[in-house]
Design a protein around this ligand. Structure first.
Ligand SMILES: O=P(O)(O)OC[C@H]1O[C@H](OP(=O)(O)OP(=O)(O)O)[C@H](O)[C@@H]1O
Ligand SMILES: O=C(O)c1cc(=O)[nH]c(=O)[nH]1
Length: 234
């Protein structure tokens, strides 16, 4: 296990590997890139695994709040995989520190509901509130831009983003030529919106730690080659 990782991050990486959340093979991403590894947060479906990821988010959020990096009222989980993550993280925040018991949660629907309460936000109303987005992975930042637009449309103020994994990839090139160097999706979002973005783990953390956790040399090599091809310049 990598020596530099904070204990809660190392625990989280161990849970992701033992729970089969971090997979190796061939996966098409939202960005259309073909990746030899995939972090499927939908696989944190057992109580102990859900607790592990909720704990990691809550500790990252408490650490950043204590350092004055983030300040928020509502934890927001983008549909779909962000929903259980944000909900579980909100519960865990209150369990770990009672000063977080007044924090609220909210999430969006991918399609607006046209009956009952209607609309496309479920949970705490966002108007005038500082909203912290909790999501699984950042690759190209597309889903985060969509979530920011929805929150702002509801009158919320985005206070920051926390993801479980930063894949440290460059933005897809506008002309489709992915061979050119480019800035990171995370860095560009930070600059564009002036918000803090935290990641519990990065691809570098994973590659530094997985050898000790039984991942094969072949899978490590393919993932290192992918990192080389798509890594951001910053
Ligand atoms: O860096 P990004 O461009 O945001 O891409 C990564 C996102 O894409 C996927 O979500 P998706 O929109 O497919 O929704 P899901 O939660 O329903 O899987 C994934 O869960 C990440 O959140
Ligand atoms: O970029 C994506 O679509 C993506 C990557 C990943 O590792 N996990 C995931 O759920 N989505």
């Amino acid at each position: 296990m990598s020596q530099q990782l904070a204990p809660y991050k190392a625990d989280f990486l161990r849970a992701a590997i033992s729970g089969g959340v971090l997979k190796f093979g061939s996966f098409e991403l939202k960005s259309k890139r073909i990746s030899p590894y995939f972090f499927n947060a939908g696989d944190f479906y057992r109580a102990d695994l859900l607790e592990a990821i909720a704990t990691a988010y809550a500790k990252a959020i408490i650490e950043a709040s204590s350092a004055g990096v983030i300040d928020f009222d509502i934890v927001f989980g983008p549909a779909y995989k962000g929903i259980p993550l944000a909900t579980a993280a909100t519960i865990r925040l209150g369990q770990l520190d009672s000063s977080y018991l007044s924090k609220e949660y909210s999430f969006d629907r991918k399609e607006a509901k046209d009956h009952g309460e209607g609309g496309n936000i479920v949970g705490a109303p966002l108007k005038g509130k500082r909203v912290l987005i909790v999501d699984d992975v950042i690759t190209a930042g597309t889903a985060k831009r969509e979530a920011i637009a929805k929150i702002e449309k509801e009158g919320g103020v985005v206070a920051g983003i926390v993801v479980a994994l930063d894949r440290q990839e460059k933005l897809p090139a506008a002309d489709g030529d992915d061979t050119k160097p480019g800035p990171s999706a995370l860095g560009e979002l930070k600059k564009e919106y002036g918000i803090p973005i935290l990641a519990i783990l990065t691809l570098d953390d994973i590659l530094a730690g997985v050898r000790d956790l039984g991942v094969s040399e072949d899978n490590i090599k393919k993932t290192e080659e992918y990192r080389e091809k798509f890594k951001a310049t910053d």
